[in-house]
Design a binder for this molecule. Structure first.
Ligand code: 2IT
Length: 449
């Protein structure tokens, strides 16, 4: 291993010993940058990697809110502005009880590479809170969002930092967040957030974009493997916005998603989640706030298996984990390999432990990394920012055509970057290298900052 790369990793491990997710992403990404660093000694001289693993800044704040019974609650809010070298900070806000500083930093670091890979002018950022939206009323969600934004509004803006949704933050939350921002600033700066409703500056296709983009990326993989999506059975984990977008696009193209999962277990629907009724019901389940996937099995009379994930049990050709970080460890990876899985397509941010990822890269024909596969979401957010600054609304066809082009380019750049460094067909290293190159060039050009 290159001495500079190992020393940066060792420093991060020591300094962030209590931040496992952050250490994990640094180790994964920096390891695959090794051949680039070895060829570019000038990066060590300016400590480029040491600078890249240190966020530009991180805001951490108290968020107090009142529940419907008049009881007050206190949560921790975060916004990490990780790297602004190629554009305003851009990335989602996550409301989930598992959110910690480590989780926000790993997501911000991943986001920096992902956003670079889109080719669009967006830096990397991420935010969130350990607030648990499950079972909360609309009024409670609104008060929480208002309190969160009151703490954050002075640090963000259309040319500074542009948050969006993530787990637990959808169109409803973005609406409340924007309302409070507008009230505090007294201006209609709707470019400050993306994922907005259509009536106040949202983009067509943004709700679908992460899932659609993942399928557009998959189409590239399948084309190079001489396969047709119409012949594929896909197992997905999660049943949120991203899983929904995947099901919808796959159905449109004649393939089928046969499994979805939730914290309560998984549903197996061998006919596929392909009808409008089934797709609409996925959205209903999400909006109910129950966070229960069993409702789908009850409604459509398909199999539900409590407390389990679909990987070891159901019949599928392609795995697309689209729920949480580290949902795929060695046990799940071994179950996939035992079934002879060939196509492992990450969708959720860092869904695979480093050990399981290495193992699957040995066992599968294709492993595609989430920072490339799910980049269509943030890319379409950048298209929303363009529309907001132009004060125009693009048609569905225009946005979708851009999204297809962006995903095709991400795939091609990843393939080429890995080939350039003698790594063969390695989409994981290719995405890291291609994402790195652009940020590195911008940082080098901008001097010692
Ligand atoms: O992980 C992600 O890329 C997102 N949650 C979307 C970020 C965005 O700014 O649209």
């Amino acid at each position: 291993m290159n001495a500079y790369v190992s020393s940066v990793i060792a420093n991060v491990k020591e300094k962030h010993a209590h931040e496992p997710e952050f250490v994990q992403t640094i180790e994964e990404v920096l390891t695959s940058l090794e051949p680039v660093i070895a060829q570019h000694p000038e990066f060590e001289k300016v400590d480029l990697l040491g600078r890249m693993v240190e966020p530009d800044r991180l805001f951490k704040f108290r968020v107090v809110w009142e529940d419907d019974n008049g009881q007050h609650h206190t949560n921790t809010g975060y916004r990490c502005q990780f790297n602004g070298a190629i554009g305003p900070y851009k990335g989602g806000i996550r409301f989930h009880p598992t959110v910690t500083e480590s989780v926000i930093k790993f997501l911000g670091f991943e986001q920096t590479f992902k956003n670079s890979l889109t080719g669009l002018p967006i830096g990397g950022g991420k935010g969130g809170s350990d607030f648990d939206p499950r079972g909360k009323s609309d009024a409670e969600i609104m008060r929480f969002c208002q309190s969160y934004m009151t703490a954050l509004y002075r640090y963000i803006g259309p040319d500074t930092d542009v948050p969006a949704g993530d787990i637990g933050v959808g169109a409803r939350e973005i609406g409340f967040l924007y309302g409070q921002y507008r009230r505090l600033k007294g201006t209609f700066e709707n470019g400050v957030l993306t994922g907005k409703g259509l009536s106040y500056g949202g983009s067509l296709i943004r709700p679908e974009a992460t899932g659609f983009g993942a399928v557009y990326y998959l189409l590239n993989v399948l084309r190079d493997a001489d396969l047709r999506i119409a012949d594929q059975k896909i197992a997905v984990s999660g049943f949120g916005n991203v899983a929904w977008g995947i099901c919808k696009k796959v159905a449109e193209l004649g393939g089928k998603v046969v499994a979805i999962s939730g914290p309560d277990g998984y549903c197996y629907d061998p006919d596929g989640i392909v009808t409008d009724e089934k797709l609409a019901y996925m959205l209903e389940m999400r909006e109910s706030g129950r966070d229960r996937v069993q409702d789908y099995a009850d409604k459509f009379g398909v199999e539900f298996v409590a407390g389990k994930k679909p990987w070891a049990d159901v019949d599928y050709d392609i795995a697309m984990p689209a729920a949480y970080q580290n949902e795929i460890g060695m046990e799940e990876a071994e179950a996939m390999a035992a079934k002879g899985l060939k196509y492992y397509i990450e969708v959720a941010n860092m869904p695979t432990t480093n050990e399981a990822l290495e193992y699957l890269m040995e066992k599968c024909e294709v492993v595609a990394p989430s920072k490339a596969v799910n980049a269509g979401g943030v890319a379409t957010s950048a298209l929303e920012m363009s529309q907001n600054s132009e004060r125009l609304v693009w048609s569905e066809e225009e946005v979708d055509a851009q999204l297809v082009k962006i995903m095709d380019t991400i795939y091609r750049l990843s393939v080429e970057a890995a080939e350039e460094y003698g790594l063969g067909y390695n989409l994981v290293a290719g995405a890291n290298i291609a994402g790195f190159k652009r940020v590195a060039e911008a940082m080098m050009a901008q001097g010692v900052i």
